[in-house]
Design a protein around this ligand. Structure first.
Ligand code: DC
Length: 476
């Protein structure tokens, strides 16, 4: 049997990497941490304390762990119920670490793990796989990374899921768990002498995967089974390298497209300073034609920004790859697209501006009236506590014409932050709509009254406010 054992502290990326390695080699992946989490979940569900040995021991006989295959994933079931999501709740990490200190729990799970490894080609990840569960495994790895980096990755993952936890709290939890896992009496986490250590702090996911695959291939060149696997592994490594190479190709094309779009759709941008280049913000804009996003990508978003586009853009593989390099986030329209939601919140958390067209589709009906706004912008702005930057095209864009965009001042929906989004998203959407209407009036003044001169517009506004003050004075 092929048994690949990977140990390491929490947050080192073991499970993501082990999953890819298993998939590449066409063998099973077993997340042993998930087993400890499932035990902890059962204990908590029964109202017992995960750190009290007697209470936990009593429950072990009632626990049945099994797996169901869904697409490429092995979902973990606790007494027949899929608990794959529940065991990932933040507090379950701490409870799992507590139950994992109890020898009876370890013996119970280690027995299951050994049985699986005896009958299946498997990649297992955990804390004691190389040292205790399968000390004779041929392929042993110790995957680690700096604790600050691990905490950062975990923080970003949780934020992208919309869970509110502070980075400091996560770092403290990571250090706490490291201490627990490395200092428990029974089968503590440690690097065995015969494990190959990989520090992933400065490595990409793909580099770690390739390192493991190459090492597996190197360790036992003579085993027929590995020879067979090697063939596909080498092919995969080559494919991955090509992927990286190709990425430069698509990036180059994306840069050219950016430049060309800027040259064809010449656009005068007013109040560019309001545009958030490197900070979290939802940029909203009216939308008349397919080139609107192109202009914004080339003129404003730069390499850091993201733009929400309909999923159909992925229908053509070449266009999809270039679009990805241009920062698009594909979204399935008319349904709750979880991946798109994750990508949007993830980008905002990484201080990237995200462009969303609040009308949801192209407005072919009017250049003076908006279509009704969709509630997405309000939802994201409240969830991520992100500012909204309104932006407006003056009429439809045209090639080789001097198009005009005005960028308004950012605003926040902070009056809704402590409310339930479902209750306020319509009201908040109306606030956004009103801001865009205001901006429409301003760009009309700028272009039609002030003939497109920013200087005249500022003078006009100054006079307008003087007049207003005088009227207020008279009124008094
Ligand atoms: O990898 P993870 O975060 O899902 O693991 C949850 C806890 O389970 C972790 O704190 C340590 C424990 N564990 C263990 O003791 N031995 C294993 N083989 C796997 C996990």
């Amino acid at each position: 049997m092929i048994n690949i054992a990977i140990d390491g502290p929490s947050g080192a990326g073991k499970s993501t990497i082990a999953k890819i390695v298993a998939k590449t080699m066409g063998i099973t992946y077993l997340d042993t941490g998930a087993m400890y989490r499932a035990v902890a979940l059962h204990v908590v569900n029964c109202g017992k304390n995960p750190s009290v040995e007697e209470e936990v021991k009593e429950l072990l006989n009632d626990i049945n762990i099994s797996y169901i295959k869904e697409k490429d994933e092995n979902l973990i079931c606790l007494n027949g119920k899929n608990v794959s999501e529940d065991i990932r709740r933040h507090e379950m990490s701490k409870y799992a670490s507590e139950v994992s200190k109890i020898p009876a729990v370890r013996l119970f799970l280690v027995d299951m793990q050994r049985k699986i490894a005896q009958s299946t080609d498997v990649v297992l990840d955990g804390r004691d796989i190389t040292s205790y569960v399968l000390p004779n495994a041929k392929y042993k790895f110790y995957l680690t990374a700096k604790d600050t980096e691990r905490a950062k990755r975990r923080y970003e993952e949780l934020k992208a899921k919309g869970q509110e936890v502070s980075y400091e709290q996560i770092l403290a939890d990571v250090r706490d768990r490291d201490f627990n896992d490395m200092n428990r009496d029974f089968a503590p986490l440690k690097k065995t002498d015969d494990s190959f250590e990989i520090d992933s702090t400065e490595m990409s996911l793909q580099q770690v995967v390739d390192t493991i695959l190459a090492k597996v291939a190197e360790i036992d060149k003579n085993s027929q089974q590995i020879k067979d696997v090697n063939m596909s592994v080498h092919k995969q490594i080559k494919k991955n390298r090509n992927k990286v190479k190709h990425r430069w190709f698509y990036r180059g094309i994306a840069n050219f497209v950016r430049w060309a779009m800027g040259a064809i759709w010449v656009t005068k941008i007013y109040f560019k300073d309001n545009f958030p280049k490197n900070s979290k913000a939802i940029v909203i804009c009216n939308h008349y034609s397919a080139v609107d996003p192109c202009v914004i990508i080339s003129k404003l978003l730069g390499k850091n920004g993201k733009v929400l586009m309909k999923e159909e853009i992925e229908n053509n593989a070449f266009v999809a790859k270039v679009a990805k390099e241009l920062g698009t986030i594909p979204v399935k329209r008319g349904e709750a697209d979880v991946n798109a939601v994750k990508s949007i919140l993830g980008a905002l958390n990484k201080n990237q501006p995200v462009l969303i067209f609040p009308e949801g589709t192209r407005n072919r009906q009017s250049q003076k009236e908006f279509l009704p706004f969709k509630p997405g912008v309000a939802t994201f702005a409240i969830k991520a506590k992100a500012p909204i930057v309104p932006m407006l095209y003056y009429k439809k864009t045209g090639a080789f014409k001097r198009n005009k965009i005005m960028i308004g001042a950012p605003f926040w929906l902070d009056e809704f932050y402590d409310k339930k989004i479902g209750d306020v998203k319509e009201e908040a959407t109306q606030v956004i709509f009103d801001k865009m209407q205001e901006l429409r009036k301003e760009i009309d003044i700028l272009v039609e009254v002030c003939k497109g001169s920013k200087k005249r517009y500022l003078k006009y506004k100054k006079n307008q406010s003087k007049e207003l003050c005088a009227n207020v004075g008279k009124g008094r």
